[in-house]
Design a protein around this ligand. Structure first.
Ligand SMILES: *[C@@H]1O[C@H](CO)[C@@H](O)[C@H](O)[C@H]1NC(C)=O
Ligand SMILES: *[C@@H]1O[C@H](CO)[C@@H](O)[C@H](O)[C@H]1NC(C)=O
Length: 294
């Protein structure tokens, strides 16, 4: 037990030290696709990559928002950088192949793919209703299947440049969360799939890094509104959401340094130690912080 703790501590210190090794040369000139970039963490990711000298193509459903984000990228980057957008709905799995081709055309290749989009479901108990089942299907399509399809279509291009795939996930993908059972399931699925894929790439000597990002409560407008509309003001006050901009920076750095996993904010890492050693206590604590729906 003591030995384990020691090893974990060393790992964490080493992790910090590696993360501090970031320099923007790792991102400059890279050709990056960011999904779900019309708002929230994805939008901030676009800005971070733009500020650090990358060429960026973003995608989401709302064209007017994408245009605004690209305009902002242009002001933050310089005129040698390429910026573009592709309108796409990730419920349409058949569109993913073209989306990747389109991004490759715009950028002249692909080094980094940041998969970040999610389908936002309404919060609530799982009742086994037909509404619950149809919403689960949509969630799995957007939050899981489309990630697998996009990564698969991108891999041949990314492989040519020893590039990276960055998968944005959540603590809900490590610990089952109430009111978002479907979302939680889709995030667990990402961990399983991309963990397995990472191993296969290593076995076959393909130098593509896969970075899984386990994010805690991030103060995006969508997340804050969803929680406060669902009567979860206590958790918002108690946890203190992390800034989307800092989160995006941590995700970008993790991808650039080719780390296996990013935990942000760092408290997420400690929370996950409890998960493996005393899951009942962690569950109890989460229930204690969570209010019954109003
Ligand atoms: C499940 O269905 C019930 C009844 O339709 C609904 O009240 C609840 O919000 C749904 N839960 C989720 C997570 O969609
Ligand atoms: C990718 O990595 C392999 C070995 O890890 C190396 O032989 C190859 O030159 C690299 N390619 C590029 C484009 O960096």
């Amino acid at each position: 037990m003591i030995l384990k703790l020691f090893v974990v501590m060393c790992g964490m210190i080493l992790g910090h030290w590696l993360i501090d090794d970031f320099d923007s040369g790792l991102v400059k000139g890279k050709r990056v696709l960011v999904t779900g970039a019309s708002t929230g963490i994805g939008e901030q990711l676009a800005y971070q990559y733009a500020e650090h000298g990358a060429h960026v193509v973003i995608t989401a459903r709302r064209e007017n928002r994408l245009k605004e984000v690209i305009e902002e990228c242009k002001t933050r980057g310089n005129k040698d950088q390429k910026f573009g957008y592709i309108v796409g709905d990730m419920l349409d799995i058949d569109s993913t192949e073209n989306l990747i081709k389109n991004a490759v055309d715009k950028l002249g290749g692909l080094d980094v793919v940041v998969l970040n989009h999610i389908l936002l479901n309404t919060l609530g108990f799982w009742e086994g209703s037909s509404h619950n089942f149809s919403s689960l299907e949509r969630i799995m399509t957007v939050n899981f299947h489309s990630y697998v399809h996009l990564a698969s279509h991108a891999l041949p291009y990314v492989e040519k440049n020893n590039g990276s795939i960055v998968v944005v996930s959540s603590v809900a993908g490590k610990v089952g969360q109430m009111y978002v059972t479907g979302y939680s399931a889709s995030k667990f699925a990402l961990g399983g799939f991309f963990g397995g894929l990472r191993q296969e790439l290593r076995m076959r000597n393909r130098d593509v890094s896969i970075t899984l990002c386990t994010l805690g409560l991030i103060g995006t407008e969508t997340a804050i509104n969803a929680l406060s509309n669902f009567g979860q003001d206590f958790i918002l006050k108690a946890v203190g959401p992390a800034s989307p901009r800092d989160t995006a920076l941590a995700v970008m750095k993790g991808g650039a340094l080719r780390v296996r996993e990013v935990f942000y904010p760092e408290s997420v890492y400690y929370q996950l130690l409890f998960r493996d050693w005393c899951p009942e206590i962690l569950d109890y604590f989460i229930r204690w912080m969570t209010s019954m729906p109003e």
